[in-house]
Design a protein around this ligand. Structure first.
Ligand SMILES: C[S@@+](CC[C@H](N)C(=O)[O-])C[C@H]1O[C@@H](n2cnc3c(N)ncnc32)[C@H](O)[C@@H]1O
Length: 233
């Protein structure tokens, strides 16, 4: 009988924010899979490290950091082949996913490649948005307010237009787009409504008003913006 593929959300970084189910699955896994960006250590693996059995087999998908989609898709193609081989041998495979697997998570590429042939189950995780709001002490949305989630790589004009039309905003994937995002928020006169959160829940976490944020932001950073009067008052 073929094994089962698990897409396991591990939360935003602090291993203590893994769910009990995620911890149980990772601890019992004989085969693990995870992406590693551009040859760097896998963030997902680092979250789960203490729970991984020393003799577990690890399938690493080396995903290049390019704007072109094809090289990353090739990495998922070849990862899916290795995972399928393990599943066909009857092994369950636990795929490690930072945050939640289906919220901007790369697990969806494996899901698309394998879920028609194998049993796949997704275990939800604490998303980075929830973690950033919690660590910043900023409720995200109240009553009938709408939350708009925007990726930082959006073109400047689109970013501006979408922030203008939004109520509460979370801007993800800040990284090298920091200067552009800051300019847009400044031009809209909203800098004093924005908070910057870097590596939420990790020991080197940083949280500050956007006006005091560093010029260079790492990939694991986010900007939260509330436009209306504080809706929770
Ligand atoms: C590809 S998305 C993955 C999101 C993830 N699946 C989730 O559920 O949060 C990566 C983006 O999530 C955000 N992110 C993830 N972890 C974070 C953290 N600990 N602190 C701040 N932002 C984080 C950053 O904006 C980063 O660029």
């Amino acid at each position: 009988m073929a094994g089962k593929l698990w897409g396991v959300g591990l939360g935003p970084g602090d291993p203590d924010l893994m769910t009990l189910r995620a911890h149980r699955l990772v601890s019992g896994a004989r085969v693990l899979a995870y992406p590693a960006l551009a040859g760097a250590q896998s963030f997902a693996r680092s979250i789960a490290a203490a729970a991984i059995a020393p003799d577990a087999r690890e399938i690493v998908m080396d995903v290049p950091m390019t704007t072109a989609r094809e090289p990353a898709q090739a990495a998922y193609d070849s990862g899916a082949v290795d995972i399928a081989a393990a599943l066909e041998e009857g092994e369950d495979v636990v795929c490690l996913c930072e945050g939640d697997p289906f919220f901007y998570g790369s697990f969806m590429y494996l899901f698309a490649r394998l879920s028609d042939r194998f049993e796949v189950e997704v275990v939800p995780g604490v998303t980075s948005i929830a973690a950033c709001a919690a660590r910043a002490g900023r409720p995200l949305v109240a009553r009938n307010e709408r939350l708009t989630v925007l990726p930082g790589p959006l073109p400047r004009a689109e970013l501006k237009r979408r922030i203008e039309g939004a109520e509460a905003v979370a801007i993800m994937k800040v990284g090298r787009h920091m200067a552009k995002i800051r300019d847009v928020i400044d031009a809209l006169g909203l800098t004093d409504r924005a908070v910057y959160v870097e590596r939420a829940s990790l020991p080197d976490e940083m949280i500050c008003p956007l006006s005091e944020a560093p010029e260079k932001a790492p990939y694991f950073s986010m900007i939260l913006l509330t436009k209306g009067a504080d809706p929770w008052l």
